[in-house]
Design a protein around this ligand. Structure first.
Ligand code: AP5
Ligand code: MG
Length: 210
């Protein structure tokens, strides 16, 4: 099963990806994580990506599509994968359809009013887990691997506003794109907890996966 995970910044893509990958045994490929690893490693891609990410804008389609195409050409994706954060505009979606076959697009639909607090209160671990300060009770280590938690450089109020604008203008049209292809699985997340959202996702995916 090959899935695209769609949703605004802070919608819970990373949170759900970590649950989905365990249950459905699919690989989690996050373009945001790939860029952050490149920034940390000081690579040429990281140097280019940093200015866009810090501004809440999209990294160029050429660079991003090349990264995903290359990643999907590797053998380990054959059992199935989940793309988190790609595609992010109509051009990327069209390119993806040239080099991959997507079965379902899971769209996590969240009220915009919740996102600023979720993003600015997020703490992440290098292993990929996300937490929120409101449920950490002062804990500074990852419950999964014991790693030190930290705040992402783009998780500040100014950048968040730009990221939400970018989402509205460029990424939201993908909902209709996948709906027209009959692949949209819409999840009304509302104020549900991560476990409740995961239950909804499983219910919908289980209907579709034979
Ligand atoms: P990326 O890393 O993809 O960030 P994003 O889309 O802004 O999404 P986030 O990771 O912020 O949110 P999420 O949906 O994963 O939420 P999470 O589960 O962590 O991209 C970063 C940047 O890279 C982009 O801005 C762009 O510059 C660049 N980039 C990436 N892909 C690109 C592409 N294809 N093309 C060009 N540029 C690209 O949850 C958020 C918080 O909420 C956490 O604290 C979590 O604990 C909490 N939470 C989650 N679910 C719930 C819930 N149900 N109830 C309460 N709290 C919850
Ligand atoms: Mg994420």
């Amino acid at each position: 099963m090959n899935i695209v995970l769609l949703g605004a910044p802070g919608a819970g893509k990373g949170t759900q990806a970590s649950k989905i990958k365990e249950k459905y045994n699919v690989l989690h490929i996050s373009t945001g994580d790939i860029f952050r690893a490149n920034i940390k490693g000081g690579t040429p891609i990281g140097k280019v990506a940093k200015s866009y990410i810090d501004a809440g804008k999209l990294v160029s389609d050429e660079v991003t599509c090349d990264i995903v195409k290359d990643r999907l050409s590797q053998d380990d994706v054959k059992a199935g994968y989940m793309l988190d954060g790609f595609p992010r505009n109509l051009f990327q979606a069209g390119e993806l359809d040239k080099f991959a076959t997507i079965d379902w697009c899971v769209n996590i639909d969240v009220d915009f009013a919740l996102l600023q607090d979720r993003i600015c209160g997020r703490r992440v671990c290098a292993c990929g887990e996300s937490y929120h300060v409101s449920t950490l009770n002062g804990e500074t280590k990852c419950a999964k691997c014991g790693g030190e938690l930290y705040q992402r450089a783009d998780d500040n109020p100014e950048t968040v506003k730009a990221r939400l604008d970018t989402y509205q203008n460029q990424t939201a049209p993908l909902i209709e794109y996948y709906q027209k292809q009959g692949k949209l699985v819409n999840i009304e997340s509302g104020t549900k907890s991560p476990d409740e959202v995961f239950e909804l996702i499983c219910k919908e995916l289980d209907k579709r996966v034979k």
